[in-house]
Write a new protein. Structure first.
Length: 394
């Protein structure tokens, strides 16, 4: 005899737990299955252990999708303020760090604890270390065979996340389930991920490893103004992670370091007031010293005095800093990517409920759906909002 549930949710991550809470509140018999040893593992490690649990400015413009309108409905039904109210009901202290990003004062574990408490209060069950071997459609809904026996449910919610960080249990199961039931999947790729450089570039930039600078990083129409960090493998830092979601192999990105400074004007003024210094020394007043040296070398000005430089030479030096063009070789891949771009094609889902249009009772929520947020709390907001929406419908 198979165990009977109203709703089975695969994945005890952010989206799955939110869906379980809402469905249980509506009186549904809910079981959350996860193959991991603990629920909410990505929440636990997120935001450097403090979980950037939402962004107060979150709106459809902060998400990438083949179908940019899809996320609007869920984001409007469950807003950042709704999650903040939940956090406050549980007495979890929080603060805004920057750019609308809200973090726990204490620990990301507070968010996991809050979700588990809510699930328990509503009566949603959680079963960990449970592998799912098959899923089939039956007259009353779905039948799953698991390590712990067969389970039948009228609604099946797939909340198993993307492919990012396989070491933490990411499996790509959602895409296989989508394919099994004939739903299209938009090609997936690692996103919010450091970019790598080829060996020749790394040799040139080797001395810069560890240097960080404020920059606007641009790829096509996308531009992000945050810190950039040079690493031993390439480029990282928030501005690079942001642009990695837009960048495509073979293309260049453009970095404008210290974007608010008119570097040419500053150097020309210094030429008048203190011309007997090397260009890299003058530039080091604006940029970290190693970067200043690098750009002076790039433009072959290191042996000269500022006073001897023509306007053209100063303009070229400024341009090398503020239109620094690099062609990344690749990305660090799913091993370190914070999220997976692409996923279950939203055209096959109902935007209000996350239900598959052609497979009644089957739902996809969270990261496995082709809705990917920018860095800064947007991905959790999508997990909460899509989980909430499905939770009202299952
Ligand atoms: P999530 O991946 O959280 O959960 C999926 C669950 O399904 C997991 O528990 C997994 O074990 C389970 N599962 C997978 N395959 C299974 C299978 N075959 N059988 C059974 N169970 C299975 N976002 C943000 O907004 N703010 C932040 O601060 C951060 N920080 C951050 C740091 C790091 C290091 C990473 C990797 C990611 C972030 N993110 C983030 C992104 C955020 O963690 C991510 O978008 C959400 O966790 C997605 O939630 P889901 O519930 O969709 O998947």
């Amino acid at each position: 005899m198979a165990e009977k549930q109203d709703v089975v949710i695969i994945g005890a991550g952010a989206a799955g737990m939110m869906c379980a809470i809402e469905a249980a509140k509506r009186g549904r018999r809910v079981l959350v299955l996860d193959h991991g040893k603990a629920p909410g593992e990505k929440i636990r490690i997120s935001g450097g252990g403090r979980c950037n649990f939402t962004n107060i400015h979150a709106g459809p413009k902060n998400f990438l999708s083949d179908n940019p309108h899809f996320c609007k409905s869920a984001l409007a039904r469950y807003r950042p303020q709704d999650f903040v109210a939940l956090v406050e009901r549980h007495g979890i202290a929080w603060h805004e760090k920057t750019l609308g990003q809200l973090f726990c004062d204490r620990s990301a574990k507070d968010i996991v604890g809050m979700l588990l408490t809510e699930m328990k209060q509503g009566g949603a069950a959680l079963r960990l270390e449970t592998a799912i071997s098959t899923i089939e459609r039956i007259a009353s809904g779905f039948r799953l065979t698991t390590g712990g026996g067969a389970i039948e449910a009228a609604s099946l919610v797939v909340a198993s996340g993307g492919k990012s960080i396989p070491k933490m249990g990411a499996t790509g199961l959602a895409y296989r389930v989508a394919e099994q039931f004939g739903l299209p999947v938009v090609e997936t790729r690692p996103a919010l991920v450091p970019l790598t450089l080829d060996p020749a570039q790394l040799e040139k930039l080797g001395a810069l490893a560890g240097v960080a600078a404020d920059a606007e990083v641009r790829f096509g129409k996308a531009a992000f103004r945050e810190a950039v960090l040079v690493t031993h493998r390439g480029l990282s830092g928030p501005a690079i992670l942001q642009i990695s979601s837009f960048w495509r192999e073979g293309a260049e990105i453009v970095l404008r370091l210290m974007p608010e400074v008119d570097i040419a004007a500053v150097l020309k003024a210094m030429r008048r007031t203190n011309g007997r210094q090397a260009p890299q020394t003058a530039l080091a007043e604006i940029l970290p010293r190693r970067l200043a040296h690098f750009f002076a070398e790039e433009t072959r000005l290191t042996g000269r005095l500022l006073a001897d430089l023509s306007d053209r030479a100063i303009d070229a030096l400024a341009a090398s800093v503020q239109a620094w063009t690099l062609k990344p070789a690749g990305s660090e891949g799913y091993r370190t990517a914070e999220v997976t771009l692409g996923g279950v094609d939203t055209r096959a889902l109902d935007s209000k409920s996350m239900q598959a249009r052609d497979v009644p009772g089957l739902y996809f929520i969270g990261e496995c759906v082709d809705v990917t947020g920018w860095l800064g709390g947007y991905n959790f907001q999508w997990a909460w909002a899509s989980g909430f929406s499905a939770g009202q419908a299952v």
